[in-house]
Design a protein around this ligand. Structure first.
Ligand code: NDP
Length: 328
């Protein structure tokens, strides 16, 4: 029996999920739901309908898992608790500081209506969270470091695009090389948020927008920019298209841990990701967790889960027997 999947919200990530579904023969792609006029949303595959979110209720018996691809800044805090009342859902909510609140809201709504909500899966949060937890468990004496980039952060770009006066924006996260080198050398440095990364924003303004006010709104934005040194550049639409259309990203999760009678042995546990397309990779992670969400629901589970709560075997279409024979 295939898992019937629908996508809610058709931006970069929605398109990434669509492409990932093509590599998953155990999934059936049922529909795309959008807040926009469906006639104005053109999708890559022609045989899947685009439906207005206003008509979503008719799909409750036709969809096993709804993959919600809205932005973390304002869409997901509303959409995921709302739609887990009607469907099993998966999202990629990436505002780390707000994950406990988001979890509580999705958990309550899912338990009330007997649905599963898998939140905050992607690469960070998501696969990087798993690396942090595994390395923390096996190296209890040590330090964690996460570096992102250089790459485009969709969440931060999305947050800038929502500032009044901004027509388009791209945000690059850049690791500070000296900090990264010190960590890999096992020096276990104390690093502030500001010492680990810088942020660079390229934005196109609406006509008549106040550049100074937009800059202030960006660099002071809590959770997103206020703890970083951020450089803001205003550019033309042509420059944006010519120089900033790629969506590559990546990063490193490193735990530097000590063992031995006097902590004399240092171990570096590192997960590195180099991604040609952030949304296509993140979309692939969301599809794997949609498989898990459906399985948890079939087993009678309800409420919220994160990557930390789901056994790895649930992500694969293969049986436990096959996994033990080939991937263990
Ligand atoms: P987009 O801005 O491309 O899309 C967000 C939403 O905006 C869509 O769901 C869509 O909803 C709407 N939209 C898209 N295009 C248009 C348009 N042309 N006009 C009007 N509305 C539009 O964001 P991304 O897909 O790039 O990113 C979504 C989120 O994914 C990010 O906010 C980030 O938090 C998260 N993410 C998480 C990662 C992780 O590792 N956990 C990694 C990467 C991303 P609708 O169709 O309903 O209009």
């Amino acid at each position: 029996m295939k898992t019937r999947v629908a996508i809610m919200g058709y931006g970069n990530l929605g398109r990434g999920v669509e492409l990932a579904l093509r590599n998953s023969p155990d999934m059936e792609f049922v529909a795309v739901f959008s807040r926009r006029d469906p006639a104005k949303v053109s999708i890559k595959t022609t045989d899947v309908p685009v439906i207005s979110v206003n008509d979503i209720d008719a799909y409750q018996d036709k969809v096993d898992v709804l993959i919600i691809c809205g932005g973390s800044a304002t869409d997901l805090p509303k959409q995921t608790p709302q739609y887990v009342k009607k469907f099993n859902v998966v999202d990629s909510f990436d505002t780390h500081a707000c994950i406990p609140d988001h979890f509580a809201a999705v958990d309550a709504a899912g338990k009330e209506t007997n649905h599963v909500g898998v939140i905050s899966v992607g690469w960070d949060p998501g696969l990087f969270s798993l690396a942090r937890v595994y390395s923390h468990a096996v190296l209890p004496v040590g330090k964690d470091y996460t570096f992102w980039g250089k790459g485009v952060s969709q969440g931060h770009s999305d947050a800038v695009r929502r500032i009044p006066g901004v027509k388009d924006a791209k945000q690059y996260t850049i690791p500070v090389k000296t900090a990264l080198d010190a960590v890999r050398a096992g020096k276990n440095p104390e690093l502030t948020t500001r010492e680990k990364h810088t942020r660079e924003v390229f934005a196109v303004l609406e006509e008549g927008a106040d550049a100074e006010a937009v800059t202030k709104a960006i660099v002071t934005m809590p959770n997103y920019f206020s703890d970083y040194d951020t450089t803001v550049h205003f550019i033309s639409e042509e420059e944006m298209k010519r120089d900033h259309s790629g969506l590559a990203h990546g990063g490193f999760v490193i735990r530097s841990g000590k063992t031995g009678t006097d902590g004399e042995h240092n171990h570096i546990f590192e997960l590195a990701l180099t991604l040609d397309s952030n949304p296509e990779f993140t979309g692939s992670v969301l599809v794997a967790y949609a498989r898990a969400a459906h399985r948890i629901a079939r087993e009678g589970g309800t409420g919220c889960r994160t990557a930390l709560d789901i056994a790895p075997a649930y992500l694969c279409p293969e049986s436990g027997e096959e996994l033990r024979a080939h991937l263990l």
